[in-house]
Design a protein around this ligand. Structure first.
Ligand code: SF4
Length: 128
C-alpha cells in the first residue's frame, strides 16, 4: 500500500508580504518537507514549524486594580504551542494585578511550565 504524504497550504505570517505557501512532506528532502511559494527562507522555516509544532504569541488583557483602566494589555514573551492557548487563557483570566505596573513586567511566570512568561505591554500608574 502506498503511504500518503502530508501536504498543507497556508499563508506565511512572518512578514507583511504574506506569501501563499505549500508545505509538502517529502522523503527526498533532508528536513522531511518541501516548501513552495515562499519568497525567502524564513517561509520554509515557518511552514515546516507550522505543520510540525504550530505556536502562537498570545495577546490579551488581565484585570487590574488601582489603575485608571480596568484591563491591562499583556502578551506572551514567546510563542506557546497552539494546543495550549485555551489552557493559557484560563490561567490568564484568573489573574488580577495591582497598579503600578511597568511595561515588560512579568505578570505570570512560566505559564503552564512552557518557559514562556506573560508580560505587560504597557505601563499603568496607581491612582491616588
Ligand atoms: S516567505 Fe518570506 S517574504 Fe514571504 S511572507 Fe514569509 S517571510 Fe515574508
Amino acid at each position: 500500500m502506498k503511504e500518503t504524504l502530508k501536504e498543507k497550504e497556508m499563508i506565511c505570517i512572518v512578514c507583511p508580504i504574506g506569501c501563499h505557501i505549500n508545505v509538502i512532506e517529502s522523503n527526498e528532502s533532508e528536513d522531511g518537507y518541501e516548501v513552495e511559494g515562499n519568497k525567502c527562507p524564513r517561509g520554509k522555516i515557518y511552514g515546516i514549524k507550522e505543520i510540525t509544532s504550530p505556536t502562537r504569541v498570545v495577546s490579551t488583557t488581565v484585570s487590574i486594580e488601582n489603575a485608571f483602566l480596568k484591563r491591562l494589555p499583556v502578551k506572551t514573551d514567546n510563542p506557546v504551542p497552539k494546543e495550549l492557548i485555551f489552557e493559557c487563557m484560563k490561567v490568564i483570566n484568573e489573574v488580577v494585578v495591582k497598579a503600578p505596573v511597568k511595561v515588560g513586567d512579568i505578570i505570570i511566570e512560566n505559564i503552564l511550565d512552557t518557559g514562556v512568561n506573560i508580560v505587560a505591554t504597557r505601563s499603568m500608574n496607581e491612582i491616588k
